[in-house]
Design a protein around this ligand. Structure first.
Ligand code: TXA
Ligand code: MG
Length: 362
């Protein structure tokens, strides 16, 4: 299969080039095909959520196990109403506050949602993305779109169309290129039907923001005994994913100093080391490169340590960059837990699990 690259013009929704790209994407989706599309978080791999055969193509392209359910993307309240059976009060408040935006809600599904989308579960994950191209595409297609992140199963999520092609070229019908995504980490996944509400995946909408709008909410705490991901309430909370090919080593910079990074960098003398290097750390070698890093060390300029939104935005691009430079080990400082920092920590923790060959999220 040849993957069509559909480029959006600079004026996303109105210019001729954009209109043509959107028309082609709509035709593919309505014909049961797969299109990678930009959202405000990461690129997603979309297909008609109401067509089990189209949905099956997503799982095949990503090599994703069929027990890991997909998020359904909607463009407006009317479409939303067709995919859910019931909406609790907390969910209504959250929707009013955060949609369109990076918040995915687990809600009782309506009869039109096939088992293939929810892996047979009673709840469907739904969100209204805040990217004008995604919204326009869904609106024009007139169908809800199932879309996981557009990467190979277990791999780092794509924040550009080039990342999508690295993983999926030849395996999907098209990619709609509208430049890099804004947030860089995936949406927050929340079950508002429980009390307190449960966050299964931290994201750009933070626990603090959710509590302020709709009341008590907690992060999911994984059971102490190991469980098959398929048996977890949200399979993505489990083992290794978002992973680069290199071994990812988390480094605690408790005192905001670069010293620990320097120490760790010297501990892998026979391997090619890459560093996700934030700016604004104390005692950073200056100027760098070529600072006092061991010879051959690859540096990725991660962005200001004091700006976690920027760190989130550049996280996956940095991991992919260091992979592409042939790094075998990537050292990455762990940001503080507050706000979107929780999402960055979650992705780093899951990406640094040893590769047991059983990663479970795509
Ligand atoms: O930002 C995002 O959410 C991106 C963009 C493309 O929208 N999508 C994304 O999808 O990250 P994916 O499939 O890579 O991650 C979806 C997560 C997985 O952890 C999955 O296990 C969980 O949501 N999930 C999906 N449907 C669920 C359901 N019905 N019940 C519980 N968890 C569900
Ligand atoms: Mg994913």
């Amino acid at each position: 299969m040849q993957t069509l690259i559909l480029r959006m013009g600079p004026d996303w929704t109105t210019a001729d080039e954009s209109r043509k790209a959107l028309d082609q994407a709509v035709a593919i989706l309505r014909g049961g095909g797969t299109v990678a599309l930009p959202t405000e978080t990461v690129y997603g791999l979309a297909a008609n959520a109401l067509d089990p055969q189209a949905v099956a193509k997503i799982f095949t392209a990503k090599q994703r196990p069929t027990w890991d359910p997909l998020i359904v993307h909607v463009s407006d309240p009317d479409m939303f109403a067709t995919v859910v059976a019931e909406v609790p009060e907390e969910a209504k408040q959250l929707i009013a506050a955060f949609w369109p935006g990076p918040l995915t809600l687990l809600l009782p599904r309506s009869a039109i949602i096939p088992d293939e989308v929810t892996a047979g579960r009673p709840l469907v994950a739904v969100r209204m993305p805040a990217h004008p191209v995604a919204l326009e595409l869904i609106r024009r297609a007139g169908i809800p779109l199932a879309a996981p992140s557009a990467n190979r199963f277990g791999h780092t999520s794509p924040t550009t169309a080039a990342h999508v092609l690295d993983d999926l070229e030849g395996r999907i019908d098209a990619v709609l290129d509208a430049g890099p995504t804004a947030f860089g980490v995936e949406s927050t996944v929340l079950d508002p039907c429980q009390s307190p509400m449960i966050v299964y995946r931290p994201g750009a909408v933070t626990l603090e923001q959710i509590r302020a709008v709709a009341g008590p909410a907690e992060f999911f705490i994984a059971p102490a005994s190991a469980q098959q991901p398929a048996a977890l309430p949200s399979p993505g909370v489990g083992l290794r994913h978002y992973a680069p090919r290199a071994e990812l080593v988390q480094v605690d910079l408790a005192n905001g100093s670069a010293a620990q990074l320097h120490e760790r960098a010297a501990q892998f003398p026979s391997q090619r080391v890459g560093i996700m290097l934030p700016s604004g750390l104390l005692n950073s070698p200056s100027p760098w490169p070529p600072g006092p890093w061991p010879p051959g060390t690859e540096i990725f300029d991660w962005g200001p340590w004091a700006d976690p939104e920027e760190l989130a935005h550049r996280l996956f691009a940095g991991l992919r960059h260091l992979d592409a430079r042939g790094c075998q080990v990537i050292l990455c400082p762990v940001p503080p837990e507050q706000g979107i920092g929780a999402a960055i920590r979650d992705r780093l923790r899951k990406a640094s699990f040893p590769d047991s060959g059983s990663s479970e999220e795509g």
